[in-house]
Design a protein around this ligand. Structure first.
Ligand code: ATP
Ligand code: MG
Ligand code: MG
Length: 583
């Protein structure tokens, strides 16, 4: 991988390592400690980061940013990065997502080693922490309704109002918390809240909820619990138990940081956690123009069938980008190129295409493909080659700068497929390809002279006619005897491999389809997929799924990992040779 760009996260970690902020990091040895959960012994000088997805959907390009940052920092600083499933919310989570997330993290090139965790495995510790907070007078059971709680929370510039249940004794609160845990109350009847400050200018510190009642089965803990911790309570504890040093998250959690610190310090004071504690550091989300990344909106695109599924090649999900043909290296390079900052950044979607080209240009084999086929008849073929059954072998390099990739071979016959746009009856200025009376080179073959065209009753061109000019074969001494300005790609009709080719454009017609509360579905591009039946050169007949090529003059293509079969080839266009969709 390229040298990592210096960014504020790296500077922060360098500073922490130099100042010994995490030296002497020890663990309290409580039942909740990470060693107990299998984290293994910690080298005190190392950093630990984590990628903590909620297994409630497929990962998207924004998650790739978080994955590459967290795993990348751990790699660069000789630390460890945990993969932690943040599965504290029952009902919404499914095993299907857990497996898909693991697969995509690995596909991106990262490994969590032994550091795979599930937040639900800390439920016992979290509950014990809740009781300890109650005991110490830092938490209470609130029986206000959800509406009352909302009304009493106040607003910006307007302090909240204390709950009438705020000043019960610790013993009272403990008894009620246990009733909650034991299933004696209905969903919504009461919650456990931190006791901090209802007048705090930071609304997140106005006695945030720690636990709620939810009589629901959990995919990992079954019916053991009917109360579940809130994300804001669970997440700092997960980080601390796993001895995370730098808890890197997106900017919307900035206002939660004071609570993160409050909670961990209380638990450390109570002897449940050891210092130094993890530190939350926020960075700006990755947003791409012409792309939406909210899971809810992506789900809508799938469920309302604007796309074929989560792995539709137009989706910004990692499964979609993979199927489209993007390489893991190109996604990592895009993340690297866009760095990490304290601002939410809007990045042009072409940055990803550029990274793909930079990755594939030096390695992808070249091939001829004809996407809008037009027949070309070589009218003097039998005269020049002795028989119309003769096949004239031709070859060219698989890659112009990579001789080690070898040669591609194919052959010339009396009928070829060429791109429809390689012929015009009346040439515009600067057009050097085929028009009556003009000469052009069949790439890696002969120079031909266009003599005319056949047309149907409606005047539509059905075949182009041309004559081969003898002794002009590429790579032979006569190749330069005739000068031409135009070169065209071609596939012999006798050996062309018929293929379905899926041509993609952006899924949205607007750079920010969900900005300003607009309905993003109004901006779905009706032309985002165009399927054509084309021909590819015979060397691609045995293509396996997920192989990539540069189709000369067209761009980069991949065999579809779902639908491609040797007897029914399917190619996806990844991106063109240049930015923009015009040819
Ligand atoms: P969504 O908001 O789309 O539902 P999420 O943020 O809730 O996604 P999680 O599974 O909770 O999804 O996210 C896992 C991690 O990925 C979090 O640390 C989150 O901050 C990070 N992440 C999600 N989207 C982006 C993004 N666009 N840019 C950077 N990081 C992101
Ligand atoms: Mg989330
Ligand atoms: Mg979110």
């Amino acid at each position: 991988p390229a040298a990592p760009a210096t960014n504020f996260l790296r500077q922060r970690i360098e500073h922490d390592l130099e100042s010994g902020a995490f030296a002497g990091r020890r663990f309290a040895g409580t039942p909740g400690d990470a060693a107990h959960h299998g984290a293994g012994p910690l080298d005190e000088a190392r950093i630990r980061t984590r990628f903590p997805p909620e297994p409630n959907g497929y990962l998207h390009i924004g998650h790739a940013k978080s994955i590459c940052l967290n795993f990348g920092l751990a790699r660069d600083f000789g630390g460890a990065c945990h993969l932690r499933f943040d599965d504290t919310n029952p009902e919404k989570e499914e095993l299907e997502y857990v497996n898909a997330i693991k697969e995509m993290v690995q596909w991106l090139g990262w490994s969590w080693g032994d550091n795979l965790f599930e937040a639900s495995s800390y439920f016992d510790f979290m509950y014990a922490a809740a009781e300890a907070l109650v005991d110490a007078g830092h938490a209470y059971v609130d029986e206000q309704s959800a509406d009352e709680m909302r009304a009493n929370r106040g607003d910006f510039g307007k302090p909240g109002v204390n709950s009438p249940f705020r000043d019960r004794s610790a013993a009272d609160n403990l008894a009620r918390l246990r009733e909650m845990r034991d299933g004696r109350h209905a969903d919504g009847a009461m919650v456990l809240r931190a006791k901090i400050d209802m007048a705090s200018p930071n609304i997140n510190l106005r006695d945030p909820t720690l636990y709620r009642i939810k009589h629901a089965e959990h995919h990992a803990t079954g019916s053991k619990w009917c109360i579940y911790p809130m994300y804001t309570f669970a997440h700092p504890i997960e980080d601390a138990l796993e001895r995370i040093t730098h808890s890197i998250c997106t900017l919307e959690f900035e206002d939660q940081r004071p609570f993160y610190d409050w909670l961990l310090n209380q638990l450390a004071d109570l002897g449940l956690l050891a210092r130094p504690l993890p530190q939350q550091i926020e960075f700006g989300r990755l947003n791409l123009n012409y792309v939406v990344t909210s899971k809810r909106k992506l789900r809508q695109l799938v469920e309302e069938q604007h796309v074929g599924g989560w792995d539709d090649p137009r989706m910004p999900t990692l499964v979609g980008l993979r199927r489209r043909g993007f390489t893991p290296a190109s996604i990592r390079a895009m993340v690297e190129a866009t760095g990490a900052s304290k601002q939410n950044a809007w990045i042009d979607d072409t940055v990803l295409d550029q990274a793909l080209r930079a990755d594939l240009e030096p390695q992808a084999p070249r091939a001829f493909a004809v996407l809008q086929p037009l027949k070309l008849r070589l009218t003097n073929y039998a005269e020049v080659f002795g028989s119309s059954d003769h096949r004239e072998p031709c070859e060219t390099a698989a890659h112009p700068h990579k001789p080690e990739l070898g040669q591609r071979s194919f052959s010339l016959g009396p009928e070829l497929w060429i791109e429809a746009e390689d012929f015009v009856e009346v040439p515009p200025k600067g057009y050097f390809r085929l028009f009556p009376g003009n000469k052009a080179r069949l790439k890696a073959g002969y120079i031909i002279e266009c003599t005319g065209a056949e047309k149907d009753a409606a005047g539509k061109v059905t075949a182009v006619l041309a004559a081969v000019i003898p002794d002009t074969k590429s790579g032979t001494p006569g190749a330069d005897a005739v000068k031409v300005k135009g070169t065209i790609g071609w596939v012999g009709a006798h050996e062309a491999v018929a293929a379905e080719v899926r041509l993609y454009e952006r899924l949205f017609t607007e750079p920010q389809p969900d900005a300003g509360g607009r309905d993003f579905l109004e901006f779905v591009n009706p032309n985002s997929l165009r399927v054509v039946q084309g021909f590819v050169e015979p060397s691609l007949a045995a293509a396996a799924a997920e192989q990539r090529w540069q189709f000369e003059r067209h761009g980069y293509f991949v065999t579809d990992r779902v639908d491609h079969r040797a007897d029914r080839p399917v190619f996806n266009k990844i991106t063109g040779l240049k930015d923009g969709f015009a040819k």
